[in-house]
Design a protein around this ligand. Structure first.
Ligand code: NAP
Length: 278
């Protein structure tokens, strides 16, 4: 049996459904991306987002601001987009150049347009289980688990990595699905004790080969969020070659969680559009 999760196929299915919905209901969602300075990796990410938006019928606008711009002017741009009723989603491409206060800038985005789900309001609403926009990578991970019918109720799930972007929102999403969640980080002692008992292991640490075969339970589902560059190619945080022999399901890198992150962004833009037009 093929135990490799196909994130590209799953994301295509999601995109097809989003496109169908946009066409059928005559929706006109739009996304504005603010990019400060030029960061090569960010350029690629933004290009992928543009391509994905165009594929499903979401209007995409990129606002390029110079690295030398003041924080105040970036905030003014966000305020302008908050007021613009033709813009449904606003995303500030991270990381911002050194010297910018990311938290302060992100929190200027209207929570209704915060399609990255990073404002205090969306994070708080996620914890309280209120309607909100959820950070795209965790949402993409949950969508993959759903599409592959991975049971979560009563299951042991271990997350490695506690970032605001990935690990922390995942805790809430998994709890909402009745999983028993443990979370490891760089100060955890003997993370193997936690990873080894997990029915579902989700890794988002940014360290190649952090998770080796001996750290994984037999037949576990392994979701590798990590993206690392090694010898000019990409790899995750899991020793894929060895762990895939043991896992019941495993995501590859690339082609696993990455495409689902972009698909979740599209879903968030449509959700933001619908909430704004209720
Ligand atoms: P981050 O903010 O750097 O957080 C990394 C987390 O991993 C931290 O909580 C850190 O612990 C923990 N960690 C680091 N080394 C560890 C170790 N040896 N053992 C246990 N925990 C360890 O990174 P992030 O933004 O969450 O991203 C994580 C990875 O996912 C990166 O490779 C990133 O490129 C990738 N990513 C992929 C996508 C996608 O779409 N596929 C999206 C976002 C991120 P402390 O809190 O103690 O420092």
């Amino acid at each position: 049996m093929n135990n490799i999760i196909d994130g590209v196929a799953a994301s295509l299915e999601l995109k097809k459904n989003i496109k169908k919905k946009i066409e059928k209901c005559g929706l006109t969602p739009s996304l504005a991306v603010i990019m400060v300075g030029d960061n090569k990796a960010s350029e690629i990410y933004v290009r992928n987002k543009k391509k994905a938006c165009e594929m499903v019928g979401i209007k995409f606008t990129k606002i390029d601001l110079p690295e030398t711009i003041s924080e105040e002017l970036v905030i003014n741009e966000i305020k302008r987009l908050n007021e613009d009723v033709s813009v449904n989603g606003i995303l500030v491409q991270l990381p911002l150049p050194n010297g910018f206060d990311e938290g302060k800038i992100i929190n200027e985005i209207s929570p209704l347009k915060d399609v990255d789900g990073l404002t205090y309001q969306n994070v708080g609403n996620l914890v309280l289980e209120n309607e909100c926009l959820v950070s795209c990578t965790p949402a993409g991970v949950m969508e993959l688990l759903r599409m592959y019918n991975v049971p979560l109720k009563g299951k042991d799930v271990c997350i490695v990595g506690r970032s605001n972007l990935v690990g922390k929102p995942l805790i809430q999403l998994l709890l909402q699905n009745d999983a028993t969640v443990s979370i490891c980080h760089s100060k955890s002692v003997n993370i193997k004790d936690y990873t080894k008992r997990a029915d579902v292991l989700i890794v988002a640490a940014g360290h190649p080969n952090l998770i080796t075969k001996d750290m994984v339970k037999d037949k576990a589902v392994v979701i590798d969020v990590g993206i690392n560059k090694e010898n000019d190619s990409l790899c995750g945080d899991v020793d894929f070659k060895e762990v895939s022999k043991k896992a019941s399901l495993i995501t590859p890198v690339p082609g696993g969680v990455g495409p689902m992150t972009v698909a979740s962004l599209l879903k968030n833009v449509v959700k933001a559009y619908e909430v704004q037009n209720r």
